[in-house]
Design a protein around this ligand. Structure first.
Ligand code: NAP
Length: 367
């Protein structure tokens, strides 16, 4: 006996509905996972960089290269770029920009996009006169084998007499100073941006009043102020001061610069601090990683130097933990106003700051 045939609509409509429901669900699941993936990507990107005054991004962690010997720095930069670093901090006075350039050339040749990198250099104290600024940058570009850099800083507000001797000295050993007004140098720096030779210009070792002077008279504003900063010299007041101008703070010597050439026994060793070590233990992180995260947490770009591959990699491994507000306060509470980076000379058997008598010496006021 033949089964009665169901009407076409009773079979067709439910299956159509089922197909519709299934495909809608699949589309929803797909778009949700795509959305959450791109949100996660975005969040990761945003925790690894910070906005400059014009909304463009600067990476939060970079590699420092002061004291990295020519024989070591090329490999240090290569290891860093392989580990994910995008920002390399250098300077003409470090005497190693050619080797840094070799590593950049190799990696860019091997597929790394130049546009993804953020290369920083600094104008040395003997090149502050207006006519010396452009040639100094061209020299750095030649050494780095690049046709532009991302950020060029005035290394110090003080100037030395012009010439090729980076540390010109009088017969008695004192420095031969020049007194070029920082504004004169700044005008020449601005022209480098006009020419497309540098994307951003900035300052290093300027105090709050010196920053104010540039801000009140500039045509192109400083993007970055690079100064020493770590828990023994947290620079919170200077950081707050420049934040109103949307200038990004870049922290140098974030680990206390233990390899600084003038280190003496008995001076503080930040990397041995037990409070920082204790915080690190909670996250299974080293003292260095906590010191680096301390800066990242407050939106400060940080440029630890290392030539040791394992350290280079671990110094960048700071984006998978967060410090609490209480831990940040504890670290800020370690302030002692101690500077690692203060060239000194001996006068009457005592160490005194070498450049304190210069009219543009930055550290004669609190910040
Ligand atoms: N604008 C300025 O006037 C100015 C002044 C100073 C510095 N800077 C910039 O800031 C960068 C960083 O400052 P800095 O070089 O003075 O000192 P730093 O980064 O505070 O310390 C560098 C020292 O720490 C060691 N180190 C690195 N990572 C470590 C880790 N995970 N554990 C233990 N030790 C570690 C390094 O040793 P190894 O290298 O042997 O691994 C080196 O001896 C400089 O390289 C430079 O680019 C700028």
């Amino acid at each position: 006996m033949l089964e009665p045939r169901p009407a076409l609509g009773t079979l067709f409509l439910p299956s159509l509905l089922a197909i519709f429901l299934l495909s809608t669900a699949a589309a929803l699941i797909l778009s949700y996972s795509f959305l959450s993936y791109s949100l996660q990507e975005k969040e990761e990107e945003s925790t690894m960089s910070v906005s400059l005054f014009d909304g463009q991004q600067i990476p939060l962690v970079g590699l420092g290269t002061w004291k990295s010997k020519p024989g070591q720095v090329e490999s240090a930069v290569s290891v860093a770029l392989d580990a994910g670093y995008k920002l390399i901090d250098g300077a003409h006075v470090y005497g190693n920009e050619q080797e840094v350039g070799n590593a950049l050339k190799e990696k860019i040749g091997a597929g790394l996009n130049r546009k993804d990198l953020f290369i920083v250099s600094k104008l040395w104290n003997t090149k502050h006169r207006e006519s010396d600024v452009r040639p100094a940058l061209l020299n750095t570009l030649k050494d780095l084998q690049l046709d532009y850099i991302d950020l060029y800083l005035i290394h110090w507000p003080i100037s030395f007499v012009p010439g090729d001797n980076k540390f010109p000295k009088n017969p008695d050993g004192s420095m031969q100073y020049d007194s070029v007004p920082p504004l004169e140098t700044w005008r020449a720096m601005e022209k480098l941006v006009d020419e497309g030779l540098v994307r951003y210009i900035g300052l290093s070792n300027f105090n709050s009043q010196q920053v104010d002077e540039i801000m009140s008279n500039c045509r192109i504003q400083p993007a970055v102020l690079q100064c020493e900063a770590h828990p023994y010299l947290n620079q919170q007041r200077l950081l707050d001061h420049i934040s109103k101008y949307k200038i990004v703070f870049q922290a140098y010597s974030p680990l206390g610069s233990p390899d600084r050439p003038w280190a003496r026994s008995g001076e503080p060793v930040l990397l041995d601090n037990p409070t920082v070590a204790e915080i690190g233990k909670r996250y299974n992180k080293s003292v260095a990683q906590v010191l680096i995260r301390f800066q990242v947490e407050r939106g400060v770009v940080v440029i630890p130097k290392s030539v040791t591959p394992e350290r280079i990699r671990s110094n960048f491994d700071v984006f998978d933990f967060k410090l609490t507000q209480e831990e940040m306060q504890t670290l800020l509470g370690l302030e002692t106003n101690w500077r690692a980076c203060l060239p000194t000379i001996e006068v009457d058997g005592k160490q005194v700051p070498r450049d304190a008598g210069h009219p543009h010496y930055p550290f004669n006021i609190p910040y």
